[in-house]
Every structure is written in C-alpha cells, then in structure tokens.
Design a protein around this ligand. Sequence first.
Ligand SMILES: [Zn+2]
Length: 206
Amino acid sequence: MRTYTKEIQNSITPNQALNTLKDGNDRFVHNTKIQRNLHDQMEETSKGQFPFAVILSCIDSRVPVETIFDQGIGSVFSIRVAGNVINEDVLGSLEYACRIAGSKILVILGHTKCGAVTAACSNVQLGNITSLLSKIKPAVDQFRSNDNAKVEGVNIEKVSLKNVELSKERILDESTILRDMEKGNEILIVKANYDISTGKVMFFED
Ligand SMILES: [Zn+2]
C-alpha cells in the first residue's frame, strides 16, 4: 500500500478521500486488511507527512481510527477526545490539518455506546469531567422535556448523533478557515458514526 506523498495528496479530490475511507472501512469489516510494512512507512514519512484526512473521534479504546479505516502511517490526522467534542484547540488542530497540511476531508466520527455521551445524559459531575461533558450538553438538551437534571428514557444513540451534528455546526460557525475551504470545494466535512458491534462506519453526507 502506498505511503502518502505530496504528489498523491495533491491529486486526491475530497470525494476520492471519502471513498478511500469507505473502502478502508469495508476492508476492516470484511477482515481483508492490507498488509503493510509499517517500518518502511515510518522511514518513508520521516521527512514529511501528507495525510489525506483528519478525523475527530472519541478516546474510546474500541474506536482505533487507523485500524477501523485500514490506514497505515502518515495517511490520517487523528484527533481524539472523549465524546469527540469541539473546543478551540480541536478547531485549531482541524484548521492545521486542512489549511496548512493539505488534508482533503474532515470527518466527525461518533460511535455507539459512547461512555461520554452516556455520562452527559446522566449529568455526571466530577472534576474536569464536568467541563468536558458540558460540551455534549447542547445535544442532551435537545432531548430534555423539562429542566430535570437527568435525561431519562432517552436513546443515547440519538444524543450521540445529535452531538456529531452540532459539532459540524460549531465547526462551520466558529472556523472561517474551514467554512471557506468547504464552500470552495477544497475539503469535505462529513459526519459519521461507528458501530462498535459491527465495525461499520456509517457516513452521513449532506
Ligand atoms: Zn465515546
């Protein structure tokens, strides 16, 4: 499998980048992963990196990004934070990946059975976790029927998808750089969800 060079990165369109991720996930799901020499890729990328994608996902140990998209070294930027939340540093990292380093697609990847989303629904308050979960609260609030602290009887998978949806809105609202790049068809910004039971990534293209 090829290692991404500047020439390869330049030649890829945002839609091709999306298809590359879809194909990689298909290989993962069907257990037909490509044999790579990671040591060679480590050496080949040592002088520079030209990843085609940046993926914002959760810290969940069951969602290892390079593995589930069957990617090697130097092909994707991976930003991982509990609940795949947005903050200023995440936005800066996304802008760096796309505007400075040339990535063609930005994926916001939620996943099923997310502990952070579950904790936000339960209104967990503990140390710095409180501040982290406050970033998921806007999604939880969409399902709150009154001012109860807990949101009960809600399908956390719906909250998780809403969290991804609101994250995309925040990116477009708060990053002029990424909004302009999307408008100019330089990048795609795509919502996605990973099913930890099947290994399948569902992409939501709109
Ligand atoms: Zn999670």
